[in-house]
Design a protein around this ligand. Structure first.
Ligand SMILES: C[S@@+](CC[C@H](N)C(=O)[O-])C[C@H]1O[C@@H](n2cnc3c(N)ncnc32)[C@H](O)[C@@H]1O
Length: 445
């Protein structure tokens, strides 16, 4: 990033202040929001994925309801497609960067209250279809709410926010089957889980308990899901819920975030600086585990540039990973060096022992569970060549897969497959990392 951003404002998409018939300076009420909606014109056109986003209209709208910003905090875009918040003047540690009043915040608890029995019935159907969706009900509620506001078009009190949102998404859910076929196993697994989840949500909404006019409009339904899925905050107290705070939802990701987002007892959102933020710096939060870019890629549709590690992609060893009680975040490869985490060696060895010497597998299992590093090491020493060979086979297999997948992706037309560049970038990171790993393994024997 350059030290200071040239703030780009697109005047064509920026409403004049006269669009506001009666500016409000205090926090608004629900009815005030509805009143405001009458002043806006036009509905969201999802057919044009590259339609300009009216982010400055959204900012002015939010300010009418009491949005506050630290001096110099501005929306910035260098391509007119992706926007982010930047602290042009810097912000001191602990200082408030943004304050978003609860009146313009969407919350999953608020949706449950607003839609009452209708959403409760839809949720019951959803969970009957798939128990796993129980933990995803807050996201389901936000999706229903966004679709409901979309239905109302210019009459939605949230219209200015809707008009500020991207129409185009690049994440796993929005990928076509052709894109999906170009993903390596772990990204494909994450994506297909998410796609299944999305289809359950759609099926439950189509039961018709919640009155949603556009529920059969594929574009609108997927857009509502993606808006919810890429813009929510989660809170756990007093109860777990998901919220979307307009303007705070413009904060981009970094593995080293500089702000903290919290909600007070009244549901207002506060964004504060975690440390001194120098002038011209993007305001950032972390979207997920900084050790593993693939889940962020699958959920948000971009490849974080600052990830130091990658998941080892041994999806075929999922049973061993589970048995040994390891987490995917333990099973990493360094993107700078190709170095493999010790637990990756453990799962490969465990599988070899299970296939060839069940008694030894049992003892190795105990050594892992009791953190008996000496005991584990003995097995690693005895079976080193076998583990090394198994790792080489895996690494060369992934390298060959990503090469083929990338070659396939590159045959697609970018106009009809706009997600190809991010898929190729992801596969290239995997290839570069695994190539270094292959070289390290070759040096070992
Ligand atoms: C919560 S929104 C943030 C605001 C968003 N940039 C916008 O223009 O509306 C999340 C989306 O921002 C984009 N994004 C966030 N952090 C990014 C980053 N570090 N690099 C590239 N894109 C990023 C991705 O498209 C992601 O799905």
């Amino acid at each position: 990033f350059s030290p200071t951003f040239q703030t780009q404002r697109r005047s064509a998409s920026r409403p004049s202040s006269s669009s506001f018939s009666s500016p409000r300076t205090s926090t608004g009420t629900g009815s005030a929001l509805n009143q405001y909606a009458q002043t806006m014109g036009g509905a969201i056109n999802l057919a044009d994925e590259y339609a300009p986003r009216d982010v400055y209209g959204m900012e002015q709208w939010a300010q009418q309801y009491g949005l506050q910003k630290a001096d110099g905090v501005e929306l910035y875009s260098d391509d007119g497609a992706d926007y982010q918040l930047v602290a042009q003047n810097g912000v001191a540690a602990g200082q408030m960067i943004l304050y978003v009043p609860s009146d313009i915040i969407l919350s999953s608890n608020g949706v449950a209250e607003e839609f009452g029995g209708a959403i409760a019935q839809a949720e019951q159907v959803l969970v009957q279809m798939d128990q796993g969706t129980q933990k995803r009900l807050p996201l389901f509620r936000l999706m229903a709410k966004i679709l409901n506001e979309y239905d109302q078009g210019e009459n939605s009190p949230f219209y200015p926010w809707l008009a500020s949102l991207p129409r185009q998404y690049y994440n796993g859910v929005s990928m076509t089957d052709a894109c999906f076929a170009c993903l390596p196993p772990y990204a494909g697994w994450l994506t297909s889980n998410e796609r299944n989840n999305y289809h359950f949500f759609v099926a439950a909404l189509r039961k018709g308990y919640v009155q949603l006019n556009s529920v059969h409009d594929e574009k609108a339904v997927m857009w509502a899901y993606n808006v919810a899925f890429t813009r929510f905050e989660e809170v756990w107290s007093p109860s777990r819920q998901k919220l979307i705070a307009p303007m705070a939802d413009m904060i981009n990701h970094s593995a080293e975030p500089n702000c903290q987002i919290s909600f007070d007892d009244m549901g207002n959102c506060q964004v504060t600086a975690l440390y001194d933020i120098p002038p011209g710096t993007p305001i950032t939060k972390s979207y997920g585990d900084p050790t593993n870019p693939t889940p962020i890629f699958a959920q948000y549709g971009f490849l974080p540039q600052d990830c130091a590690t990658l998941f080892c992609k041994a999806m075929h060893l999922e049973p061993q990973i589970k048995e040994l009680g390891f987490d995917f975040k333990d099973l990493l490869i360094q993107t700078q060096t190709g170095e493999i985490a010790p637990k990756v060696w453990d799962i490969f060895l465990y599988k070899i022992l299970q296939d060839n010497d069940p008694g030894a597998a049992e003892q190795f299992y105990v050594a892992c569970k009791t953190n008996d590093e000496g005991g584990k090491q003995q097995y690693h020493d005895n079976y080193f060549q076998y583990t090394l060979d198994a790792l080489k086979t895996h690494v060369y297999g992934i390298l060959s897969d990503v090469e083929n997948l990338t070659a396939k992706a590159q045959t697609y037309d970018l106009q009809t497959h706009p997600r190809v560049p991010v898929i190729v970038a992801h596969n290239t990171l995997v290839r570069d990392t695994f190539s270094m790993t292959a070289a390290l393994l070759e040096q070992m024997g």
